[in-house]
Design a protein around this ligand. Structure first.
Ligand SMILES: NC(=O)c1ccc[n+]([C@@H]2O[C@H](COP(=O)([O-])OP(=O)(O)OC[C@H]3O[C@@H](n4cnc5c(N)ncnc54)[C@H](OP(=O)(O)O)[C@@H]3O)[C@@H](O)[C@H]2O)c1
Length: 265
């Protein structure tokens, strides 16, 4: 059975992808850690749209997680028609004060699992001559971000990796999109322990813009309006050192000492 595999489908943007694609009649495989939330979403979408919704509760930051997803897919005899690599998190603060294990988990989730799942399902999509891989990057991936340093670097990876794959695979019928949301109304900011930006948009709007970009066969899409378009173009207009110094002053946590000795907790 062909499914849309969505990571991080228990809340926010991933949950909105599940809602939108179920409404199109697509069967789903939803993955996140929160089994209760996944089960509630699966039950509702099956009842509302009549689609099959599989769920897998898994920590995708743990080593070997992508292999566990693949084992489940094989056991259930599923075919992954669309892969939406959405699960991710950030952490606000100076790197010198952040917990190294949390940063490692961020890299594992935002980069390693995303890359491994992409490599797992891309070859079969090429053989079938169709498929969609939608990787969730961020406007943070277009330039360095002091106090979100590791997060922004992970999203730069996602953006670069996905755009290269777009070019490699479009002749094979496989669409690859780097989705680059600006601030979006989800639990992201609570998890990252950072203030909520004023110009956030609903997650449903991000998903609508993303699905339109898939239909347009685009390599990337920046969602959420003109402010985000300005931000992603700053690196074109400003030399790198003034740019990163400006961002440091804008994002410096209120309690930060001059040496960056700050922790958001
Ligand atoms: N919100 C924004 O402003 C914004 C802007 C740009 C990019 N993004 C990106 O959008 C994506 C979705 O985030 P969101 O905004 O929708 O935030 P969210 O509401 O916090 O959703 C994050 C999702 O990822 C899952 N997740 C987190 N850690 C996980 C782990 N170790 N293993 C498995 N699943 C895990 C969470 O589920 P569980 O907790 O149940 O595991 C949840 O379903 C992320 O990649 C984020 O970086 C967000």
């Amino acid at each position: 059975m062909g499914v849309v595999l969505i990571t991080g489908a228990s809340s926010g943007i991933g949950q909105e992808f599940a809602e939108a694609l179920a409404a199109q009649g697509r069967d789903l495989l939803l993955v996140a850690r929160s089994q209760d939330k996944l089960a509630a979403t699966a039950g509702r979408l099956h009842a509302t749209h009549g689609v099959m919704v599989h769920t897998l509760a898994l920590d995708l930051a743990a080593p070997g997680a992508s292999g566990q997803v693949t084992s489940f897919v094989q056991q259930q005899n599923l075919t992954v028609d669309w892969l939406i690599n959405n699960a991710g998190f950030g952490d606000y603060g100076a790197v010198a004060t952040q917990a190294p294990a949390r940063l490692t988990a961020m890299v594992n989730l935002n980069i390693t699992t995303l890359m491994e799942l992409t490599c797992q399902y891309l070859p079969a999509m090429r053989i079938r001559g169709e498929g969609v891989i939608l990787n969730v990057a961020s406007i943070a991936g277009f330039q360095p971000m002091p106090y979100l340093a590791v997060y922004a670097a992970t999203k730069a990876f996602v953006l670069s990796f996905s755009e290269a794959l777009w070019a490699e695979n479009r002749a094979f019928g496989v669409e690859v999109l780097a989705l680059c949301p600006g601030p979006t109304e989800t639990a992201f900011f609570t998890a990252a322990r950072m203030p909520y930006p004023g110009w956030s948009v609903p997650a449903a709007q991000v998903v609508t813009e993303a699905l339109a970009a898939v239909n347009q066969r685009r390599a990337n899409v920046v969602t959420g309006g003109w402010r985000n378009q300005v931000i992603v173009n700053l690196a074109r207009w400003l030399p790198r050192e003034p740019l990163v110094s400006l961002l440091e002053s804008q994002f410096r946590p209120p309690a930060a000492a001059p040496n960056g000795d700050y922790h958001a907790e």
